[in-house]
Design a protein around this ligand. Sequence first.
Ligand SMILES: [Mn+2]
Length: 340
Amino acid sequence: MFETPSHRLEVARRTAKRLRGARSIAVSTHVNGDGDGWGSACALAHHFGGSDCDVRLLAATPIPERFRFLLPEGVEPYDPDEGGIEALRTADVQIVVDASERRRLGEFAPHYLPDRTVVIDHHAVATEEIEAALALVDPDAAATAELVYDVLLQTGDPVDAPTACALYVGLVTDTGSFRYSNSTPQAHRTAAALIEAGADPGALYRPLFANLNVGELGTLQAALAEMQRDEEHGITWTVLDLDASRRFGALEEYEPVIEHLRNLTGTQVAILFRELEGGEVKISLRSIGPADVAAVARSFGGGGHKKAAGATIAGSVAEVTTLVLAACRAALAGPAQTRS
Ligand SMILES: [Mn+2]
């Protein structure tokens, strides 16, 4: 039987009350929104949108093609340049899902009013928190979708199938299809409730995972062909140069590429180097060992989490590769040796 964890019940109730009383709601997720961000935002749009309430979805960066099927019919997210900022400024309630850092709100960031802002998020509280009237933030939640479900239950209105489907997408993507360590009993209980409400896991497989295009598969092919390995330190990396992006186009996300490098037995750190126009290289770092790749990324002006981080660095691919590999080797050797 499903129950909202008691420590977040009261805030979920207050959030539901606030949303039910709103005439207009603006909802946004972080830049480069993922399945959890867009799933949570679309679920709110399905649930609250209707004759009594105008729900406006905001896209700090465009919604990825593979999540568009989650949008309510006829709803197109606002771009900041095309009415998005006005849509946000005039909304009774301004909701932020799956983001607790101001900088991740992109061009919308300066236009939030603290007394109208509601944050629903599962990231550990960031240094630069968004000021909000209500904040349902719980790092124990597997996905923001789990918290949105708690809120929707408190509205007293039934959760319909499209809403359940959008939330299920959030849970599936943030738990790596229930493979990561955040696949808690509560995440599974929420998933069960969503399936009962109409989410169809079998039907979601194709739009989420099995509709790769030639560009995505070609990029993967090019990345694997260039794969290199430092056996001694357990570092696996590859380079996607400008020629590869010209041939296959820029992808919306490179996670599947780096996931292959990370999954190679013996890998402690995986790195994807992407050459950009204008003499810069974008690096994505993943750690499955003791190395703190956020610290590595920060030393190059980037940031992220201990296990997943990134940066954009000026220089040629050869220069950047040498610098970043040296930093990763030092990070794997441990703090005592980096100090000396
Ligand atoms: Mn999330």
